[in-house]
Ligand binder design. Structure first.
Ligand code: COA
Ligand code: AMP
Length: 631
């Protein structure tokens, strides 16, 4: 009889090196490792340190060599451009090898950085894999960010090249990427040596002579480039994510641990075999896209779906079910917010009934807390397992999940089940003591951390320690609060920092406050995340004006909204600002953001003992009502 999850989990914790050495046997190494887990630089954990491999080789070439060349690697399905395309492993390997050759011919070499700013098109996969092939560190930037966010990433990564598309396509509008890129390069202190631009026929871009190269001129390079061996600990990519300030954190992913953990997860968590069709309806700009649109399925020899569209409106709430049925998707992964959007428009599942989705084995949800209502609706509609699982950009793969490929445990709504093998999770109180079952506290992971988890922050090793390891020595502080119940199930309830989750996107209220504070009429401000039925949370801003400002409040609010859109991007979904006379504060001057949030969410709250003037809360309540929030 095969082992159950408890036995496998215990093995992964108590014989850590044996467990991961065995998992690493599924990866092809150019140089075998002898060291499995190196903790000499704790709290960083380095895996397979003296091994060498190439992630692109394991994702593409090895499958061609092993006879999967004719199998479809990518199904591109784009309802926004009415295109569908199947690309085989052999075709993808060749396109990647030639594009890598084109980049290498222009001086790109192992260790250089490339920023990729592209929508969900096959060229984005080619560009990413070509970087991995060369050992070039890629940094993908989500299309919904503004030019200044792109500039921050170009600067921080000191990218030698930016690979971009001329445009992205959102329902009802084209997003011209190229002017945003030009503006970003103008804003950045570091100037990339050159750009490669994929011209989409929907909206062609003006090229800057001497700097911008057409995609085709690079992709048609006549010599394919072989895979460059890199150390297991060499960075594969840097992915920026929101922290508590406006400066995003560059999460560094290694090659070896990442490949091993993702390959293991495909079978043991998602229960798919090589050759199966796997679909993560996310975006390559997010970690879910990196891990489960690109690397995970390809490392495992699956067919991955690259979907350029939305859950609703492209053209209707049946799109996801159409894709599942048409392409034979076995495991499907999306965010609860996408399911809520579908449910809002199709509460009785009429669109679902139109399609034969019998190929679907399970629905996986992540990116935000899955509310029990959404879970139950999905279960009822689909009549198959719906699996909530919890993870972060920092980890690159799930921390907690119902591991379908090992043993399916009973589902408890609101919980992503139990820690995945490799993860030793505890809940700590303010003093760093483990709390009894059922008690809320800071969710932390005992060191050492499993493979794939970041071992540093790009350009900011001290921030790595300060943000994640200083408060609870010996543990990784996830930034999430919650509890573990008597059955070992984890419940992730909220963040412990200023990060909010909007439509499955992680955003920093601190970054939005930094933008508002720059408005010439704003003296003080606060941004909080307020509960929203569709997106989970929405940011709401409160601004106090400088004395003597007599401009219409409505105009100031509009300007604030525009500033956040221009500086952070439309993805911030920042649309609500109230001008207030004062902000609620403690006597020591700390803004009571948590109390504002509770008022907005209609939750009960205890009047903070240290509040300076309780009357201010009434004003906040009135302001929230005027914006349509609160009770
Ligand atoms: N490029 C440019 N702009 C983008 C973009 C992109 N890749 N993605 C989103 N935006 C823009 C949208 O057009 C929108 O702009 P608007 O203010 O002009 O309308 C804004 O950013 C907010 O987008 P979004 O949060 O996606 O809201 P929406 O109202 O357009 O759609 C949902 C709502 C629920 C359908 C959508 O958020 C969704 O599909 N969510 C799933 C998220 C997901 O998969 N997350 C991955 C984590 S696993
Ligand atoms: P990101 O790094 O963008 O993937 O966001 C990670 C954060 O999203 C986590 O720290 C959680 O706050 C939240 N999150 C992701 N998945 C879940 C989940 N299944 N349940 C609860 N919160 C989640």
């Amino acid at each position: 009889m095969s082992q159950g999850i408890q036995a496998i989990w215990e093995h992964s914790i108590h014989q850590r090196e044996v467990f991961w050495r065995e998992a690493a046997g599924d990866i092809q190494w150019f140089k075998e490792f002898t060291v499995v887990c190196d903790q000499s630089q704790a709290p960083s954990t380095y895996w397979f340190t003296d091994g060498e491999l190439n992630t692109c080789f394991n994702a593409l070439d090895r499958h061609v060599e092993e006879g999967r060349g004719a199998q479809t690697a990518i199904i591109y399905d784009s309802p926004v451009t009415n295109q569908k395309q199947h690309i085989s492993y052999e075709q993808l390997r060749d396109q990647v090898a030639h594009f890598a050759g084109g980049l290498a011919a222009r001086g790109l070499t192992k260790g250089d950085r490339a920023v990729i700013y592209m929508p969900m098109i096959p060229e984005a996969v080619v560009a990413t894999m070509a970087c991995a092939r060369l050992g070039v560190v890629h940094s993908i930037v989500f299309g919904g960010f503004a030019a200044s966010e792109l500039a921050v990433r170009i600067d921080d990564s000191s990218a030698k090249v930016v690979i971009a598309a001329s445009c992205g396509i959102e329902p009802g509008r084209q997003v011209a990427y190229k002017p945003l890129l030009d503006e970003a390069i103008k804003l950045a202190d570091h100037k990339p040596e050159f750009c490669v631009i994929h011209q989409r026929p929907e909206l062609m871009a003006d090229m800057v002579e001497g700097r911008d190269l057409d995609w085709l001129s690079v992709a048609s390079h006549d010599t394919p480039h072989p895979c460059v061996p890199v150390k297991a600990t060499d960075p594969l990519y840097v992915l920026y994510t929101s922290g508590t300030t406006g400066q995003p954190k560059g999460i560094v992913r290694d090659n070896g641990g990442h490949a091993v953990a993702l390959k293991w997860s495909m079978k043991h968590i998602y229960n798919v075999e090589p050759g199966d069709v796997f679909w993560a309806a996310s975006d390559i700009g997010w970690v879910v896209g990196h891990s489960y649109i690109l690397y995970g399925p390809l490392l495992h020899g699956c067919t991955t779906v690259l979907f350029e569209g939305k859950p609703v409106g492209t053209p209707d709430p049946g799109t996801y079910w159409r894709v599942i049925s048409e392409h034979g998707v076995k495991s499907f992964f999306t965010a609860p917010t996408a399911i809520r959007a579908i449910r809002q428009q199709d509460p009785t599942g009429e669109y679902l009934k139109k399609y034969d989705t019998s190929c679907l084995q399970a629905l996986f949800l992540a990116g935000e807390r899955c509310d029990p209502d959404t879970l139950r609706w999905s279960e009822e509609q689909l009549n198959r397992p719906v699996i909530d699982h919890w993870w972060q950009t920092e980890t690159g793969w799930p921390i907690a999940a119902n591991c379908m490929g090992i043993e399916l445990l009973p589902v408890k709504a609101g919980s992503p089940t139990r820690p995945v093998p490799g993860w030793d999770i505890v809940v700590l109180d303010e003093e760093g003591r483990e709390v009894p079952a059922g008690t809320i506290g800071a969710i932390c992971a005992k060191l050492p951390l499993p493979p794939s988890v970041f071992a540093t922050v790009w350009n900011a090793p001290e921030r790595y320690i300060k943000s994640y390891f200083s408060r609870y020595p010996g543990y990784y502080e996830t930034g999430d609060a919650g509890l573990i119940d008597e059955d070992g199930y984890i419940f992730v309830m909220s963040r412990t920092d200023d990060v909010i989750n909007v439509a499955g996107h992680r955003l920093s209220t601190g970054a939005m406050e930094e933008v508002l504070a720059e408005h010439p009429d704003v003296a003080e401000c606060a941004v909080v995340g307020v509960a929203d039925e569709l997106k989970g949370q929405l940011p709401v801003g409160f601004v106090v004006l400088s004395s003597g400002v007599d401009k219409a409040h409505e105009d100031i609010s509009k300007e604030c909204v525009q500033m956040v859109r221009d500086r952070i991007g439309p993805v911030a979904a920042f649309k609500h600002v109230a001008v207030v006379a004062r902000l609620p504060k403690t006597r020591s001057g700390k803004i009571l953001r948590a109390t504002i949030q509770k008022i907005a969410d209609g939750e009960e709250f205890k009047m903070p003992a240290t509040i300076e003037d309780p009357g201010v809360l009434d004003d906040i309540g009135i302001a929230l009502k005027s914006l349509g929030f609160g009770q």
